[in-house]
Design a protein around this ligand. Structure first.
Ligand code: ADP
Ligand code: ZN
Length: 749
């Protein structure tokens, strides 16, 4: 298969003009029938690596993935691009399963997603042998290794892929692979002379910033309120602080939900779904919020506390900006965090594990306090050298951190090291400098040294920081990390001799400067018309909720921004927008083109729409709602007034979940174990917040029409006249439901 054929397919199916790094070589290897092992960071674009060959190769591709939610996303995302995909999972009934089997047989399904348990189920591989298979793909392949962090015993059975299917290529993908895990994956799957890919772990669209923590909730809220339309994740260490921050954000009007291991499954699922569907702007979470979060338009990740290690920090920040658009990573930390984490690590019983944990913590703290490029530091941790001096995407390289000259301080500290025989740690050296009166110093006779007390003007913490900075920059050297007793290195001698200056980070005693936002926006972002973008975004939400898929599956933020920038007026121009392939063009093209034309005042094209409508055109639910009521309704009522509190609570969100599954008021009340009145309270608020439903889900169209007429007669929104004029044939509750449903029509554009 030639490169131009692959590019053509990339553009036709996915609407992308270029492959991301390594995608093309992986696709080509699979097309040529070779096994593949690919280590790519989150957001690297792994799914395309198997979706594209699944479309081009004869037969069905079998994808193994560890979570039902991931499988469901795979299938929805593939279908959104017109790729036939299905998942076999335990939640399906017999009939649905039979339908899938027959669609696989007929070739309608190109991509079959399964769990490892399914693969392992008796008789399943025999079934697979009766099919025409194109290849196997193993997602999150590190689950096969005990050394990974998500070991799943059922993954071990996947070895049968290479053993029992000699002619079928196998591709394994992971974002986390230390050499040990990588080795395990290769060996356990028995990959045969695989094509190996290890992508760079650099995420160029992520901006890293580190700030001292002052008033953590306020700092977080300020950051978020500068970005009212953007979704983000806030990580906090404890459940208590998660709850506190989520509550503080909600008080400030931010639509935030909590997520931690102390909540019920339903509560957690509700938060996660609300976040995926853009109904909740911010999730405040412990690190329990992790795998399965593949929302591509997470625009920022904030750490409200110092993480335990750099690996975790990288994985968590990695959930931002999977779509390749600019995204922010903000880390807030304090000396108190460090003390708490040291306390945790010291409580680890196993000495090796304890030692490893404190070494990791030390590296994390050094990262937070360093005044060197953050990106280079992270990549170095993964064994990668970052080639440029200035990454242009971290607080240090953007010149936001303040340094102060500390040459004299460095000389004092280095000389204290030399004078004490280079046998003591940072705390002891600091004690000497501040002239502390300790037994140990007296016993060593160090109170007689000329350096004793020369640093009285600063406190002990300052001197510890100076020593740590000297070590971090290699001016002082620690030979054995178990006994960190720094000695003066070659460059340290230069500073001592006054041949080189030395600077350290200024630890702001005053509030730190806010992030300079304008600048980040320019980097990697395109200029687009914000008003048009917002109209397109509304349409996207409407389509997404009518199809019950997350908005990003309709179009990515990138696609909408490009539409709001290029302002295409016909189908051909629309195809130039990133993420618009043939399928999405015919499904949604005309709807979005119409909005753009109206916006720029361009005439509708002659001879009908420029884009052929798909068989089942996407309809905004509001429009669909209008259709389901046969006769025209009386003029719609003004919308139910919105309360000040426009954030869904946990219980309201749980109701939303039920209603979105199509339950009526009574069924939802039964399922949730609450009174119907409560459900109606929630429904009113949910509709006021912009959610749309088919009226027929709650009420017969004729009945709604009748009640609408009564409202019309009474000329207002009051319930009593309606109930009374019906001779109480209409209950208060019914009237409220009707009023809410009529309000959503009034709201419709
Ligand atoms: P991963 O699984 O590696 O974390 P995904 O497969 O979820 O990454 O892809 C992340 C995002 O990047 C998705 O929104 C996807 O549409 C987008 N993407 C993938 N490949 C390309 C490409 N070649 N050009 C533009 N966007 C891409
Ligand atoms: Zn940098």
């Amino acid at each position: 298969m030639t490169s131009s054929t692959l590019h053509q397919a990339l553009s036709d199916i996915f609407g992308f003009s270029q492959f991301r790094p390594h995608q093309e070589e992986i696709v080509s290897a699979l097309m040529a029938g070779q096994d593949v092992f690919a280590v790519m960071p989150t957001g690297g674009g792994k799914s395309l690596c198997y979706q594209l060959p699944a479309c081009l190769k004869k037969g069905v591709a079998v994808i193994v993935s560890p979570l039902i939610s991931l499988m469901k996303d795979q299938v929805d995302a593939a279908n959104a691009n017109g790729i036939g995909a299905a998942s076999l999972n335990s939640s399906l009934g017999e009939k649905e399963k039979r339908e899938i089997y027959s669609a696989v047989r007929s070739g309608d399904v190109r991509l079959l997603c399964i769990s490892p348990e399914r693969f392992n189920a008796p008789g399943f591989t025999d079934y697979l042998k009766t099919l025409d298979l194109s290849f196997f793909a193993v997602d999150e392949a590190h689950c096969i290794s005990e050394w990974g962090h998500d070991f799943r015993p059922d993954y071990l059975s996947l070895a049968a892929m290479t053993r029992d299917f000699p002619g079928i290529p196998v591709a394994a993908f992971t974002a986390t692979a230390t050499p040990r895990v990588a080795d395990d994956i290769l060996r356990r799957l028995g990959l045969r002379n695989p094509h190996l890919t290890r992508a760079s772990f650099n995420r160029p669209n992520l901006f890293y910033r580190v700030r001292l923590k002052e008033q953590v909730d306020k700092q977080i809220a300020d950051f978020i309120r500068e970005r009212p339309d953007e979704a983000g994740i806030v990580y906090r260490t404890t459940r208590k602080s998660v709850e506190a921050t989520a509550a503080a954000l909600r008080r400030l009007g931010v639509n935030a939900m909590a997520y931690h291991a102390g909540l019920t499954d339903l509560e957690r699922k509700t938060s996660q779904e609300a976040f995926r569907h853009d109904r909740c702007q911010v999730v405040v979470a412990t690190i329990a919020f992790g795998m399965g979060i593949d929302k591509p338009n997470v625009r920022y990740v904030i750490h409200g506390d110092l993480p335990k290690n750099l690996e975790g920090y990288y994985q968590e920040t990695g959930r931002a900006g999977r779509d390749g658009e600019p995204a922010q990573c903000l880390l807030l930390h304090s000396g108190g965090d460090m003390a708490q984490l040291i306390h945790f690590t010291q409580a680890i019983e196993d000495p090796t594990a304890r030692e490893a944990a404190s070494e990791q913590l030390r590296q994390m703290a050094a990262f937070a306090r360093s005044d060197q490029c953050r990106r280079a530091a992270i990549l170095r941790y993964f064994g990668e050298e970052y080639p440029d001096d200035n990454c242009g995407g971290c607080d240090v390289c953007l010149g936001e951190v303040e340094r102060e000259d500390a040459t004299v301080a460095a000389q004092k500290a280095l000389s204290a090291m030399v004078r004490t025989g280079e046998r003591f740690g940072a705390a002891y050296v600091a004690d000497i400098l501040v002239g502390a009166d300790t037994e140990k110093i007296r016993a060593n006779g160090h109170d007689a040294l000329p350096t004793y007390g020369v640093g009285k003007d600063r406190d002990k913490n300052y001197w510890k920081r100076v020593v740590e900075a000297l070590v971090a920059k290699g001016l002082a050297v620690v030979d054995d990390s178990r006994y960190p007793t720094p000695r003066v290195g070659e460059r340290g001698w230069k500073v001592l001799r006054g041949e080189e200056p030395f600077e350290i980070l200024k630890m702001a005693d005053r509030p730190s400067r806010p992030a300079r936002r304008g600048r980040d926006r320019d980097a990697g972002d395109i200029a687009y018309d914000r008003d048009l973008f917002s109209l397109l975004r509304q349409e996207r939400s409407a389509i997404a909720s009518s199809k019950n898929i997350p908005p990003y599956m309709v179009f990515s933020d990138r696609s909408l921004k490009e539409m709001a920038s290029l302002k295409p007026l016909d189908g051909n121009a629309m195809l130039a927008v990133s993420g618009v392939g043939q399928h999405k063009l015919s499904a949604y093209g005309e709807t979005f083109l119409a909005i753009i034309r109206r916006y720029v005042g361009a005439p509708e094209p002659q001879g009908g729409p420029a884009v052929k409508k798909a068989a089942a055109p996407a309809r905004a639910p509001a429009a669909a709602a209008g259709r389901s009521v046969s006769a025209p309704l009386p003029a719609p009522l003004p919308p139910v007034p919105r309360g000040d509190d426009v954030v869904l609570s946990g219980t309201e969100a749980a109701t939303l979940e039920c209603l979105q599954r199509g339950l009526g008021i009574d069924d939802a009340a039964r399922e949730r174990g609450v009174r119907p009145e409560t459900i109606v309270n929630h429904l009113e608020k949910i509709i006021a917040m912009g959610e749309r439903f088919q009226p027929s889900q709650f009420m017969e169209p004729d009945r709604l029409e009748m009640i609408a007429g009564l409202f019309q007669q009474s000329g207002g929104q009051l319930l009593r006249p309606v109930v009374e004029s019906s001779n109480e044939a209409v209950t208060y509750l019914e009237a409220r439901v009707a009023r809410a449903l009529l309000a959503q029509q009034a709201d419709a554009p």
